[in-house]
Design a protein around this ligand. Structure first.
Ligand code: C2E
Ligand code: MG
Ligand code: MG
Ligand code: MG
Length: 297
């Protein structure tokens, strides 16, 4: 417990913090057994084209079904895994699942498979020497078309060290596309867009939330389109929850979006049901109906 509390003696002697740290340690120990006990699984949230929600790709999101506590959010257990270092093993497991899934979809569905399958990579993974080499070995083993894979990394991860930046370049060299996730919420620096070779920028939900209001967030969402178009990188609006937001985003130039308005994270079997929407040309009405009814589960 002492390790996760840190060096601050005040914190250490605070009984509530101490209790939290103890729970942290227990949960951390549970997490280290989660892979072996088959408690982790992946869901895939569709990324869609605006304005009609045509299926364009997916983001893989890990889930943990704890035997006593039920579903635990990755917002809780990913930071926990990062603190303990277990993220390296967890991250490796996630990558294997996702790359295998992408390869299966490519084999079974060819052109109808998702154009892009995105996977989140944590800072610790990026900073691990040999990460890109490990990735290369995995890609070769699974025989996946790497052009369909996207590595999502955060600003903070890439700003952290030269190793992380090198890893991003190495992923690019392997043929993967790299997305800057939660853009605008980390230690944002526009120089990152100059120095770091990313192909996709994911505009954080906290900005998208304000897009229909007269707010600084809306101004930022608008401006990011100018920047991404100028740099020829793709923009994805995250956390779109309403039709009004989707319409506004489309109007200011966003082509891609992700959010509960279109689809929640889904099991792989359910994602497959969306592949055919792609062949539906620009037929609008039925498509939107189909997506919404399927997604509201
Ligand atoms: P993220 O990468 O930014 O993923 C998007 C998160 O926003 C997901 O939460 C998704 O369910 C949620 N989301 C999508 N649309 C909406 C919406 O319209 N409204 C709201 N309120 N939320 C929406 P999730 O799955 O709980 O994941 C949270 C974070 O945990 C992720 O944020 C990512 O940073 C991390 N994470 C998840 N899976 C993995 C993984 O496999 N590896 C690593 N390293 N991190 C992961
Ligand atoms: Mg992400
Ligand atoms: Mg994100
Ligand atoms: Mg986010």
């Amino acid at each position: 417990a002492a390790k996760s509390v840190g060096g601050d003696r005040w914190t250490w002697f605070d009984p509530i913090m101490d209790q939290l740290a103890a729970e942290d340690a227990v949960l951390g120990a549970d997490l280290m057994r989660a892979i072996g006990r088959d408690e982790l699984f992946m869901l895939y949230q569709p990324i869609v084209e605006l304005p009609h929600g045509k299926f364009a790709g997916v983001e893989a999101l890990v889930r943990w079904r704890h035997p006593e506590h039920g579903l635990i959010s990755p917002a809780v257990f990913i930071p926990l895994a990062e603190r303990s270092g277990y993220i390296l093993e967890l991250g490796r497991w996630v990558l294997e699942q996702v790359v295998r899934q992408a390869a299966d979809w490519q084999r079974e569905y060819g052109d109808r498979a998702p154009e892009k399958v995105s996977v989140n990579i944590s800072a610790r993974q990026l900073q691990e020497p040999g990460f890109a080499a490990e990735m290369a070995a995995l890609l070769a083993r699974e025989g996946v078309d790497v052009r369909g894979l996207v590595a999502e990394v955060t600003e903070t991860a890439v700003l952290g060290t030269g190793t992380a930046l090198d890893a991003v370049k190495a992923l690019n060299a392997l043929g993967l596309r790299v997305a800057l996730d939660d853009f605008g919420t980390g230690q944002s620096s526009l120089s990152l867009l100059v120095n770091c070779p990313v192909q996709i920028l994911k505009v954080d939900k906290s900005f998208v939330d304000g897009v229909t209001t007269d707010s600084p967030q809306a101004v930022i969402v608008d401006s990011l389109i100018t920047i991404t178009q100028g740099l020829r990188i793709e923009a994805v609006a995250e956390g779109v929850e309403t039709a009004e937001q989707a319409e506004r985003l489309h109007r200011v130039g966003y082509r891609l979006a992700q959010g509960f308005h279109f689809a929640r994270p889904l099991p792989a079997e359910d994602v497959v049901l969306l592949f055919d929407q792609d062949g539906a040309g620009d037929g609008q009405s039925g498509q939107r109906e189909k997506t919404t009814s399927l997604f509201r589960s």
